[in-house]
Design a binder for this molecule. Structure first.
Ligand code: ADP
Ligand code: MG
Length: 328
């Protein structure tokens, strides 16, 4: 199979329709229409085999995740996803792999009305670069900057499960995904979170006009919240037991590993936002009603810089040791 046959295969397996796509796959570039009063929001992320996903990850899951991580970035901006571009570097023209990949990719694309409008296909070490674009009403994108002291720091889902899954895959690479072995349901759920993160697009849309700052968690809570705080020139206090997912993980894995998973694990793709008290009650009700989400307050924005994490008894937890090293 040559490059052009592969492109045909990709085109055939992701035939999402959008009226604003004037010209999709097949020309030198794609052409899309942009409605008046809308801003285009764009982001790109690369996944490299062995670095961003374990080598034995199923192509279906790689396809899903390569789009999901980008839609999560759009969600953090409060943008509605619209288009994607896909740059694939493949060691060989493996049609079965591409079919599997596109199956996962288009499953998620369909769910969020995303049209694949172009890309690039080359030979090289396996790597996947997806560009995603979406829209917000002009001037309404949510940013990392804008948090103010006194606001609530909220998270929109449980943390740490993907990191727990990765931890077990790293120690027993075959166990997590094998259907033959008797897997605990819990481990299966963790690996599922790692392989198939669900971008919080609808939640991002609800946060627009309400959150004063927002970020999606890809590298871990402490590291990503630190980005938000630096951009906002603020500090934060976080209450460890209030982090959704922590107590369950602590029961299953012990407090030290659970702490590492929820604070620094990464791959959560959950939104964290700073919410003025004035908007909190209505937002909490809206997220529950429209998104089925029990939103958790994990702490407060304060003045100064840095993050202080407290345990259940009000003692400060040293976070110096919680990092990727736990999984290295
Ligand atoms: P050019 O050489 O002019 O860059 P290509 O031959 O690389 O064009 O691509 C031909 C068409 O196929 C273009 O519309 C391009 O966007 C699309 N395309 C190539 N690779 C991919 C891919 N991996 N996914 C989606 N579209 C692709
Ligand atoms: Mg050309």
């Amino acid at each position: 199979m040559n490059e052009f046959a592969l492109i045909d295969l990709i085109k055939a397996s992701c035939s999402g329709y959008r009226a604003d796509v004037r010209l999709g796959i097949g020309d030198d570039a794609a052409v899309v229409g942009i409605a008046a009063g809308q801003d285009l929001v764009a982001c790109v992320d690369t996944l490299i085999a062995g670095r961003h996903f374990p080598l034995n990850t199923r192509p279906e899951d790689i396809g899903w995740k390569s789009l999901a991580v980008n839609l999560s970035d759009l969600a953090a901006m409060g943008a509605k996803p619209a288009f994607a571009l896909l740059a694939l570097s493949l060691p060989e023209a493996d049609a079965d792999w591409v079919r599997g990949f596109m199956h996962g990719f288009s499953e998620l694309a369909k769910q969020f009305g995303v049209a694949l409008i172009g890309g690039d296909t080359t030979r090289g070490p396996l790597s996947i670069t997806v560009t995603a674009m979406g829209f917000v009403p002009s001037g309404k994108a949510i940013r990392r900057q804008g948090a103010q002291p006194g606001e609530r720091l909220i998270v929109c889902g449980a943390l740490g499960a993907a990191a727990a899954g990765l931890h077990f895959l790293a120690s027993e690479p075959e166990c997590g995904r094998s259907k033959k072995l008797d897997l605990s349901q819990q481990l299966h759920r963790w690996v599922q979170k790692l392989d198939r993160p669900l971008p919080q697009v609808d939640i991002g849309l609800r946060l627009r006009g309400v959150a004063s700052a927002c970020i999606d968690l890809s590298d871990g809570l402490l590291s990503d919240v630190a980005h938000l705080l630096r951009a906002s020139d603020c500090a934060a206090e976080i209450d460890l037991p209030a982090i959704p997912g922590y107590c369950g993980l602590a029961e299953a894995l012990g407090t030290e590993l659970a702490q590492a998973c929820v604070l620094s694990g990464g791959d959560d793709y959950v939104l964290v936002a700073s919410i003025p008290e004035l908007h909190w009650e209505q937002l909490r009700l809206d997220l529950k009603h429209y998104c089925g989400l029990e939103t958790a307050t994990i702490g407060r924005i304060t003045s100064g810089s840095g993050i202080t994490v407290y345990d259940g008894r009000g003692q400060i937890i040293s976070t110096a040791r919680t990092g990727w090293d736990h999984f290295g």
